[in-house]
Design a protein around this ligand. Structure first.
Ligand code: SF4
Length: 316
């Protein structure tokens, strides 16, 4: 069990996250940026992440950030320390920074973080020069971005700097989805039915998630729409027909079926065996695509990344 939220635990956890490579930006420490393994590989010309393979994003030009380290769910597979940040303002009132401050600081911090690559023999200097001008913000690092009350302005601020945006939400705030227009919108689905959702997320937002799926359908042609299903062995790799019914509601452009990764704080809650193999993920992705056919939808597996254990299903 992780400790209950207290101001001390909250502050200690902020320090732990800093040691783990999360860099808080803005004045009030609710936003963070972190460079990923793939940025380091990409800047050396040693490969790109699956988002590059699937959607053309260059990892060395991508800022991974969040405007809210807080979340309203407690998913078993989350790599965050759940209890420290779960309820916004539970341990301390939150003062939200303005979008322009967060964006400015994210870009500055990313540049500071990559500056060390300049002196390395392994760095591809063309990639390094490109990396100093990021082109995409993955608003998905940790926490739930729709809890930040100025998300629409944050997205607009990134776009005004000639950057694209990926927003990954847990779908619990459909009202926010009616307002925002990111370049690519993800909803994370971690269950095919309400009972499994409660086991996976320890939350009560099932009706709101269903509403968000309907909102996603309305965004067809206005933003690229993706549903991500995180597969946890022994918990939610069941009932492909249930997933298909939910997917029918959203009618996304893409479905990412991805393995849970046994990392971070999730290791306190799940065993390594909960991480399915790539083959298992691919078989399950096939079952989901097949379950959509009787509903009148044609979805096909179009790509995969074995190293990231993720399979891409596309709408045809
Ligand atoms: S919705 Fe995302 S950030 Fe929130 S607990 Fe679940 S996995 Fe973690």
């Amino acid at each position: 069990m992780e400790p209950r939220a207290t101001l001390n635990y909250y502050k200690e956890t902020l320090k732990t996250l800093e040691k783990q490579g999360y860099h808080f930006v803005g004045t009030h420490k609710h936003s963070a940026v972190k460079t990923c393994l793939w940025l380091r590989r990409s800047i050396r010309g040693e490969g790109n992440c699956y988002k590059g393979k699937f959607y053309g994003i260059s990892a060395h030009r991508c800022i991974q950030m969040t405007p809210s380290i807080f979340c309203n769910q407690s998913c078993v597979h989350c790599w965050r320390p759940l209890e420290a940040f779960n309820i916004v303002g539970e341990v301390e009132p939150v003062i939200w920074d303005a979008p322009d401050e967060i964006v400015e600081d994210c870009i500055k911090e990313q540049n500071r973080l990559i500056s060390g690559f300049k002196g390395s023999d392994k760095t591809n200097m063309d990639a390094f020069a490109e990396a100093t001008v990021p082109k995409n913000a993955a608003i998905s690092l940790i926490g739930e971005p729709t809890l930040y009350p100025h998300l629409k302005g944050l997205i607009q601020e990134f776009h005004s700097r000639d950057m694209t945006t990926f927003v990954v939400t847990n779908g619990t705030n459909p009202g926010v989805l009616r307002e925002i227009r990111p370049y690519q919108l993800y909803i994370s689905l971690n269950a095919p039915d309400e009972a499994t959702y409660k086991k996976a997320s320890h939350a009560q937002y099932w009706p709101r998630i269903n509403e968000s799926l309907e909102e996603m359908r309305k965004l067809k042609g206005r933003t690229r729409r993706v549903i991500r299903i995180t597969c946890i062995e022994g918990l939610n790799m069941i009932n492909p027909a249930g997933y298909a019914e939910l997917l029918e509601r959203a009618n996304p452009d893409f479905i990412e079926v991805k393995a849970y990764m046994h990392i971070g704080y999730s290791r306190k809650r799940l065993s390594r065996e909960a991480m399915p193999t790539h083959l298992r993920v691919k078989d399950f992705a096939r079952e989901i695509a097949e379950a959509l056919t009787p509903l009148g939808y044609t979805y096909t597996i179009t790509d995969e990344s074995e190293i990231s254990r993720v399979v891409l299903i596309s709408s045809l």
